[in-house]
Write a protein that binds this ligand. Structure first.
Ligand code: NCD
Length: 304
């Protein structure tokens, strides 16, 4: 049985197949509308979510399956003190596959070790978010035609942003991807990402604070939200929250061919005036998230 806990659980070749399937789905979703007839997806969300949970649910419904689950810890037996291990044993009797989001790093891995069904990590604390990475990879591949030979700027909260950690983990496996890590000093990538992922894979990367200076060299700009819920002090969050605001003036410094991605939700870090720019790809990215999750559910259930 295969789970998706980290973006490295699939080889580059397996990812290629998955992204190819997602592309085929995007061209004719109706062709897949009965692939999961009779199958059930459980969404176990111990942390807030809009896109990830609903895109998983939409994905399963699009495949002809059905969905069950909870959208907050308060409305599950976690509020009574039930462990993730016990919950997953029970959910294994009710569903064929599950997606779990949890504030504790590693919780989906603990669940997978006790689970009778495939477990998908839908975000664990400030650690990883592999299905957002699948979405990001599909977006880059569809928009630019390739996952090799480009410069990506990751901007904002690189310390707590799990989407950033997973994306870096994944992109170091492609050819000639250069990284510009744009953040205030306080929110730089964790040491393990710098040393064990970037340096260990001989990736070319620089850490900078200024977004304007970085703009002209980027092919992809990946903006992120300052992760308020992971800060120890509200004052510190308030000091950081508007550090970067991407607006029309900054977009003028960028290549005509650069794309802006954002996992969403956006707070202030991208001004709404950027939304009409043809290079703004974040809403398209959210749409790709459904196709890629359809492909993932099919793959983990062995229905591809
Ligand atoms: C991200 C997350 O949950 O980490 N959201 C998402 O799943 N699209 C990014 C964020 O919350 O900032």
């Amino acid at each position: 049985m295969k789970h998706l806990l980290s973006p490295l659980d699939f080889s580059v070749e397996e990812l290629d197949e998955l992204l190819e399937l997602a592309r085929d789905i995007s061209k004719d979703p109706k062709k897949y509308s009965h692939v999961c007839d009779g199958k059930k997806l459980a969404t176990l969300f111990y942390e807030p979510s809009t896109r990830t949970r609903l895109s998983f649910e939409a994905a399963m419904l699009n495949l002809g399956g059905s969905v069950l689950g909870f959208s907050s810890a308060d409305s599950s037996s976690a509020a009574k003190g039930e462990s993730v291990s016990d919950t997953i044993r029970v959910i294994s009797c009710y569903a064929d596959i599950c997606a779990m989001r949890h504030p504790k790093e590693g919780a989906p891995m603990v669940a997978a070790s006790k689970s009778g069904i495939p477990v998908i990590n839908a975000g664990d604390g400030g650690h990883q978010h592999p299905t957002q990475t699948l979405t990001d990879l599909m977006t880059i591949r569809e928009l630019t035609g390739s996952l090799d030979n480009f410069t990506v700027g990751l901007c904002g909260d690189l310390k707590f942003g799990r989407t950033v950690h997973s994306l870096i983990n994944s992109l170091v496996r492609y050819k000639n991807v250069k990284f510009v890590l744009i953040s205030p000093k306080e929110l730089r990538v964790p040491d393990y990402i710098r040393d064990d992922v970037l340096s260990a894979n001989n990736a070319e990367f620089e850490e900078v604070e200024n977004l304007e200076d970085a703009m002209p060299k980027l092919d992809i700009l990946y903006m992120t939200r300052v992760q308020r819920e992971r800060f120890f002090s509200e004052d510190e969050y308030l000091r950081m929250k508007d550090f970067y605001i991407l607006d029309k003036a900054k977009m003028e410094l960028a290549k005509e061919s650069m794309y802006v991605l954002h996992p969403l939700p956006r707070v202030n870090e991208i001004s709404v005036e950027v939304d009409d720019d043809p290079r703004a790809a974040y809403f398209k990215q959210a749409q790709y998230g459904v196709y890629v999750r359809m492909a993932l559910i099919m793959t983990l259930l062995g229905l591809n």
